[in-house]
Structures are given as C-alpha cells and as structure tokens.
Design a protein around this ligand. Structure first.
Ligand code: UDX
Length: 441
C-alpha cells in the first residue's frame, strides 16, 4: 500500500513539501498549529507569494473541484499520529532575538507534540535547518520503535515548487536501513528523473545544509568584496564576475555584486553555524563567516553613501528618494532581512523622503516599515524623485521604460544596487546611471 505522509508546519517549506508529496502520488496530511493557516490552505490558498504553489495545491487539496483529493490539512496531532507512516517536520528555525544562535523552540515543540501520538514503526523525518547535533538529541525524544532521519531541504524562494519536485540532490541522514528504504520509496520519482540520493549519518546531513548556505553566502560576499576593490581602483565588477565565471571550477552563478544577501535563510544560517561551531569548540574554523557577514552588511551602508554622493549632499533632508524593490529577492513577497528595506529605512532615518514600490512585497513591507511611503507603481514611486534606487531585481524593473520614467522624475539619476538594469538603455534616455562596483560612465 502507498505510504501515508504527514507534513508538520506549513510555511514556505512545509506547504510546498506537502503539495509536492501529493503531486508525487502520496496521500498527505499537513498540520499547522495556526487554525487560520489551515483554513486558508484547505481552500487551496497560501499566506505568501510563491509562483506555482497555489496551482499545485488546487490540483490536490480535497474538496476543491477537480482535485485529486490527496491533500488535506488539520490542526489535530492525534489525527497526524494515526495517519502517517512518514512524518516530515518542516517548522521554522529563525534567529534568536539578539543572538547568533537559531531558535529551536518550534522544532522542540513539534517533537514534543508528535512523540505521544506517533505510531510504532513509523518514521519521523526532520527537514528544518538545525544546528548540528540536533537530530541525535531529538531522536531520544521519540518512543521506542519510531525511527528518525534528517533530510535537509535546499529549496529557493521563488522556485520552491520546482526545487522540491526536481531537487539538485536529496540528502538523507539515517541510522537504519529501514529509514533509508522508506525515504528511497518517498523520493523514487525525483531519483528516477536523475536527482542524486546521498545517504549519510545525522551530523553530516545537518552540516550539508549549513555548509551549502555558507558557501553561497561566501560566493556573494566574495564578489561584493571585489566590488569594493573595483570601486577603489576603477574596475568593473560585472565584467570581472563574467570573466572569472568562465572558469568551470569557479562557476558563473551567485557572482552578482550588489547590496548583498538577505532573507530568512542565508544571514541567519551563517550566524547559527558560527554559534554552533563555538559551542563545539570549533569556532576558529568559521571565523571567516564573520567577515562574510560584515562584507554583506557593509554593502547596505555603501548604498546609502552612494545615494548621498549621487545627490551631492551631506544630508538627505528635503530629498525625495524612489526605492524600487522591497523584498529580499524577486518572485517572492518575503521581506525578512531585506537589504532593500534596510537601505530605505536608513535613508528615511537620515531625513530622506522615501517612496517604495514592489510588485509583490508591499503588504509585508507596510507591516514591517509602516512609516515609509508606498506607491502603487514604479512610475508613481519615481514621480518627483531626486534619485531612483533599484534594490530588488524584479524583471518588471528591468523592463521599465527609462524615457517614460525620465518624464516624471525630478532628476534623472538612477543607482543600480543589483547590477541588473541595462546601463546603455538608461544612459541613452538621459539618465546618470551608476552601479555598485562599476565605473560611473
Ligand atoms: C537560499 C539557498 O539558495 C537555498 O538553497 C536554501 O534552501 C535557502 O536559502 P533563498 O533564501 O530563497 O535560498 O535565496 P537565494 O536565491 O539563495 O538568494 C539569497 C540572497 O542573495 C538574495 O537576497 C539575493 O538577492 C542575493 N544574491 C543572490 C546576490 O546578492 N547575488 C547573487 O549572485 C545571488
């Protein structure tokens, strides 16, 4: 009989995983402790913007016309315990307030609620990003006869559905052949299409995730460090990235210089990794990540300085600044640790009149930064602006008509914090175009 799967926690990771499991043909029950979320998901909707996710939910959620009915949601732990052969724990592990370490309270609470109801012989699979050593500790909380595996998730926001259905790799940290066998059954579809299946122990599986995110963060901060040198020496970081990216050992991806990385993952994962290495007495191994973090944060300050320079002023008082982009990356409505909003906030604090527009992130941005002014379109944000800052690389911004914007701007100065606008188009339309790490003309 086909395996029955539960997914605990229905954020980005859980909602996508649940829908993907249903797509792979399993009967799935998703659980969340927030009843409003369950209500929303049960009607095939999600509390965030993620391309393709609502369509996939609508295809499978029980009760929706024409759906397979394979996917249901609940708030009941008893129901989850009775239903599942395999339970995926997908809850959030945010950064602790005022500390580097991550907050394990949601994971701990999920295991505490699951342990008393889980059936003997079932498998619990952790997917949350956790400090190395967590799986070992959590396995002791499960009753005799219930096995644990750790199976980190590598999905990117904006590509969550595709990354889950066609993962680059599947990593499983297991302690028993049975756990491996069950997970091979769960992932038979993607594996048959070529996704590598890597079997490890618990600590290695946990570390693969933090190592991968640390490497990505390092790549971005490396190119941003090169941007700083280019700015000092008059070089062009975009050309430099292109040229070094042709070396296959380096690779062209994740070498886009700009205002740096944000979001709910990279910044908190490198910090939690440093905190955990400290606890393990291996802090020296990761001191370089402190530098990665500070290069990243410095880019935001550099964007503020560039804006001041472009305006030719010491103070932003009386200056109107248009900010294009609020989310931490395009194709998402996520504003967590968003470099764009951080820059907007700094300029406002220094007296600037900042107007922000983002294609999908306005609601979340308003909640986080209620004092900023928000416009309904890029054109409205730019109207009357003394300078335009391009801070999130939405394709909508790449496609803007610089001539049309030039008609409404007070002054034609654009600063590209993401290095994705076409300098030639903007300059031809009479704009002074400046980008991070690139020469001014
Ligand atoms: C990341 C990892 O990519 C993913 O594998 C993991 O599961 C979760 O964390 P995500 O947070 O969705 O995914 O964003 P990602 O696409 O990695 O981008 C992170 C940040 O880096 C964004 O703010 C983006 O704008 C920035 N970035 C990315 C750059 O500044 N330059 C680049 O070249 C690439």
């Amino acid at each position: 009989m086909a395996l029955k799967i539960t997914v605990i926690g229905t954020g980005y990771l859980g909602a996508t995983h649940a829908a993907a499991m249903a797509e792979l043909g399993f009967e799935v029950l998703g659980l969340d402790v927030v009843p409003e979320k369950i209500e929303l998901l049960s009607s095939g909707r999600v509390p965030m913007y993620e391309p393709g996710l609502e369509e996939l939910l609508a295809k499978h959620v029980a009760g929706i016309e024409g759906s397979t009915g394979r996917l249901r949601f609940t708030t009941s732990w008893e129901e989850v315990g009775a239903f599942g052969d395999v339970h995926f724990v997908c809850v959030n592990t945010p950064q602790k307030h005022g500390e580097y370490a991550c907050d394990m309270s949601y994971v701990d609470a999920a295991f505490a609620s699951l342990a008393p109801v889980v059936r003997g012989g079932s498998l619990v699979v952790g997917k949350s990003t956790v400090p190395v050593g967590s799986a070992e500790r959590l396995s002791a909380l499960l009753p005799e006869g219930v096995d644990l595996a750790w199976n980190p998730e590598f999905l990117r926001e904006g590509f969550a559905v595709d990354d889950t259905l066609h993962p680059d790799r599947i990593v499983v940290g297991v302690r028993s052949e049975r756990a491996e066998k069950l997970l091979r059954e769960v992932y038979a579809g993607p594996v048959s299409e070529g996704s590598p299946f890597v079997v490890t122990d618990y600590p290695t599986a946990e570390l693969v995730k933090t190592a991968a995110n640390s490497f990505l963060a390092t790549k971005i901060s490396f190119i941003n460090a090169m941007a700083e040198v280019c700015e000092a020496a008059g070089g062009d970081v975009a050309k430099l990235a292109e040229a070094i990216g042709h070396d296959e050992r380096i690779g062209a991806k994740f070498l886009r210089a700009g205002i740096g990385f944000g979001g709910g993952c990279l910044p908190k994962d490198i910090r939690a990794f440093m905190a955990r290495a400290g606890e393990l007495g291996a802090d020296q191994a990761l001191t370089f990540l402190r530098e990665i973090d500070s290069i990243n944060m410095r880019r935001r300050a550099q964007m503020v300085s560039m804006t001041r320079e472009a305006l030719g002023v010491d103070s932003f008082l009386g200056k109107r600044v248009a900010v294009l982009g609020a989310t931490f990356k395009p194709d998402s409505d996520d504003v967590r640790d968003s470099p764009a909003l951080n820059v907007a906030g700094q300029i406002q604090l220094q007296g600037g009149q900042v107007t922000v527009y983002d294609p999908k992130g306005m609601e979340n941005a308003r909640r986080l930064f209620p004092t900023l002014v928000y416009a309904d379109s890029a054109l409205e944000a730019v109207r009357g602006a003394d300078v335009v800052l391009h801070l999130t690389e939405w394709s909508e911004f790449r496609d803007l008509d610089p001539a049309e914007l030039g008609e409404v701007a007070s002054s034609r100065v654009v600063l590209d914090g993401r290095n994705t606008l076409d300098p030639v188009r903007w300059r031809e339309a009479g704009w002074t175009y400046r980008a991070m790490g690139r020469p001014s003309a």
